[in-house]
Design a protein around this ligand. Sequence first.
Ligand SMILES: [Fe+2]
Length: 245
Amino acid sequence: MHAIISDFSKITPQAFGHHLDRRVPDLLGTVETSKAYRSVFAAEAEPSYITAVVKQVLLEVFSYGPHVTEATFIAIGRYPKQEVKFMEKLALHDVAEANHGEMALVDAIQLGLDEHWARERLITPESFAMGAAVRLIATQLGPFAYLGYMYPFAALTPILTQRLQKVLAAKQFPGHAARFVDYHAVADIGHAASLRKLIEEIVEKYPEANTEIDYAFNIFTCVYPLPIWATCVTRAREELGGQAA
Ligand SMILES: [Fe+2]
């Protein structure tokens, strides 16, 4: 478990940054012990199972992605209006992410997903909950709180996609359906580093943001990634007719 800090007003921006740094491996540790993670990274996992799970995860990215993009733009739009530099950098990051749900959908279609069905379906309750959480963080908390979901999101993604790349290479996963994974194994390293730096700059100027950023991190871990992965595993197993890894 991460260290509980009860009074964020007493800590420096650097100490808060280090606090966030510690929370990411803590979250990763929780992920690693989950049934969903262990089933995908098990040496004996069947290639058909890996492919089915990845297809479901890509579909979920397509489902919640637009909510994250829109929530984030709302939060940035609420920044103090003298903070144009922060707004510009953070908005550019959000723009860079805006089409990644579509990128995920392209790969899922390569794996056999029906595009029309994907665009028309009611999204899973798990992705709905994730979308609802980020929208409430963006609108109901202070404008900086959203960094508490965006930072772990950006920091976890390259770690998990790099690990997944190794599994895909070993399990005959079709390379033309790995664009999303391959892109995110590299791109989000820079995103996470720049967000981490911006968070320190922001909390230096707005120390009261610490508490809400950490609170948003707590909320985010309730909806991402484990509940979403759990439903992906269930749906993948259903698709395979009950076979599992
Ligand atoms: Fe992305």
